[in-house]
Design a protein around this ligand. Sequence first.
Ligand SMILES: [Zn+2]
Length: 88
Amino acid sequence: MSEEVIFDEDYTEKLVDWDESDIGKKIPKRITKNGTYYNETVVQVFCQFCASEFIGPSREAGGFLGGHECLHAWEVSQALGREDGLVE
Ligand SMILES: [Zn+2]
């Protein structure tokens, strides 16, 4: 009996450079400066405001969405501020 490691099809060995083929697969272990993540799923998300897309670990997808939400909220506040400034 061989003891070779069999990677389940639901897992990806990639630690960077995820693409469409990795969506839905899990990353067994991912080490970052902030901590070590286990069994994270690779997901695809997009920003509903500017249509940017992201494929990667769920934690990073959350950061992507949160970051875009913050940016676009800021843009809106700037636009509103500008309109208010034009009113004389
Ligand atoms: Zn956006």
